[in-house]
Design a protein. Structure first.
Length: 108
């Protein structure tokens, strides 16, 4: 289990394989939805190019599957500190795709 498990609700947790099966709304003239799984997989792939491995992940979606939230725990650590990346995506235009990174002292 992720060290950041308290950041995601237990009710909407989903695996990456399940995330890949979710439908993405059609493209319109004003909005190009990004599949949630594409966000996660692109981020993981980009990190791997920098020799940063994901050692844990937790993903969650809203009840209508239009909003996705996630936390990726990263292998990169030093002297009792671990890093994680938070991600969110909304295909209902409620908020923009966003990625945030941070570190926390291990053992909390």
């Amino acid at each position: 289990m992720s060290e950041t498990s308290t950041l995601i609700s237990c009710t909407g947790k989903i695996t990456r394989a399940e995330l890949a099966k979710l439908p993405t709304p059609p493209v319109t003239a004003a909005h190009v939805p990004i599949p949630h799984v594409a966000v996660v997989e692109t981020l993981v792939e980009t990190l791997s190019h920098r020799q940063i491995a994901v050692v844990g992940e937790e993903l969650a979606v809203s009840k209508d599957d239009m909003e996705m939230f996630g936390v990726l725990d990263l292998e990169t650590s030093f002297d009792g500190c671990r890093f994680a990346i938070g991600i969110r995506n909304a295909n209902n235009k409620r908020f923009r795709l966003a990625v945030r990174s941070g570190g926390a002292k291990s053992g909390f």
